[in-house]
Design a protein around this ligand. Structure first.
Ligand code: ZN
Length: 81
């Protein structure tokens, strides 16, 4: 998770609650979670698996970008020598 997203989450956290069912955040003034209240148990499992996959792909994308940045920095360094 990037710094920017964390800052946004912290800022909004007073108005959000975490759903015990799907572990996502939704507005405190709502009784039902906006993410999973319409899902049955099977859909919820698929939904959570999908969410974890999404988090995983975000993490690998971050790693890929970092490696690319190091690679480009290395190329620049070599071209200056
Ligand atoms: Zn939920």
């Amino acid at each position: 998770m990037s710094m920017g997203v964390n800052t946004i989450w912290r800022g909004k956290s007073s108005k959000l609650q975490r759903c015990k069912r799907c572990e996502r955040h939704f507005a405190k003034d709502l009784d039902n979670c906006t993410h999973c209240s319409e899902l049955n148990e099977q859909q919820l499992i698929a939904f959570k698996a999908d969410y974890e996959k999404q988090l995983e792909s975000n993490a690998s994308l971050g790693r890929y970008l970092l490696i690319s940045a190091i690679f480009i920095a290395g190329l620049l360094l070599v071209s200056f020598l």
